[in-house]
Design a protein around this ligand. Structure first.
Ligand code: HEC
Length: 251
């Protein structure tokens, strides 16, 4: 600010002070009126649009893919961008590093950008950054809206070439909530288990699949997949055949 600007500003300020009303009680009174009005709307909506209480939650469920409220979808999707070998990578990057770097930037921005210009059209870089950040958040939110939730109806997984074992395997796959951790052709959860669309390409073999279902850690040391020890021999065979055919016989 140069001398002339400063003088002008001080004059404006003195003038405003002479004409203006003191903060207390005028501004406080207005703030209270608006706040009361807003609270009144919330109370009225709570009375008019009653929210039904849903079913009691089941803490033992394994088939529920938890999802945040929509306004957290961008953070939720950010986690998926940083998928890595290490399970901690997405957590560190998506919930800590990236959001905190952005928050710190927001706080220190007034100290970095010392330009006196306030008009938005004269600040192309700041404007571009704001637009890009908002667009990215909007895009991540949209991805979150589209991402699958809950369990998968076997009819939703469209596979060609299903024979009898394939059909039976798919029914078992759907009934045992495998899709809470796995995805086949875009249906199901993106993790923590691998996408099974091309499971046949791993050439595991039927016996491997059955052993893995009975006790995942016996084939994949340290596996966090739950064991499925209670199928009948026929069911193991159908499910194993189904898995071994994915991407090859069943696509
Ligand atoms: C709670 C999450 C979870 C559930 C439920 C789950 N899995 Fe998994 N699954 C995993 C994880 C994690 C891995 C990776 C570690 C491993 O291979 O054991 C995996 C791996 C696999 C693999 C890949 C093995 C390989 O490397 O070739 C297959 C096939 C598989 N699961 C099938 C199933 C089937 C079928 C069901 C349902 C009967 C199921 N999973 C249920 C988490 C799960």
């Amino acid at each position: 600010m140069n001398k002339a600007q400063q003088k002008e500003y001080l004059e404006d300020y003195a003038e405003a002070k002479r004409q203006g009303k003191p903060f207390f009680p005028y501004a406080i009174y207005k703030d209270h009126l608006v706040a009361l009005f807003a609270i009144g709307i919330v109370i009225a909506m709570a009375i008019v649009y009653r929210v039904e209480v849903g079913e009691p939650v089941n803490p033992a469920t394994t088939d529920f893919v938890p999802r945040p409220e929509w306004y957290f979808f961008f953070l939720f999707e950010l986690l998926k961008i940083f998928k890595g070998e290490n399970v901690l990578t997405p957590v560190i990057m998506g919930t800590f590093l990236v959001p905190n770097i952005l928050m710190v930037l927001l706080v220190v921005w007034p100290f970095i950008d010392r330009g006196p210009e306030r008009r938005i059209e004269k600040r192309p870089v700041a404007l571009a950054i704001a637009v890009v950040v908002i667009a990215l958040m909007a895009w991540l939110t949209e991805e979150g809206v589209k991402s699958p939730s809950g369990t998968v109806d076997p009819a939703a997984i469209e596979l060609e070439g299903l024979d009898e074992a394939g059909e039976a395997g798919l029914v078992l796959y759907a009934a045992n909530q495998c899709s809470a951790c796995h995805m086949i052709k875009g249906e199901g959860a993106p993790g923590p288990g691998p996408d099974l669309t091309n499971e046949s390409s791993k050439d595991r073999g039927l016996e491997w699949q059955i052993d893995h279902l009975k006790e995942p850690a016996s084939r994949t040391p340290g596996s966090s997949m739950p064991a499925f020890p209670n199928f009948t021999d026929q069911e193991y065979e159908d499910l194993g055949t189904f898995l071994e055919g994915l991407g090859d016989t069943y696509k």
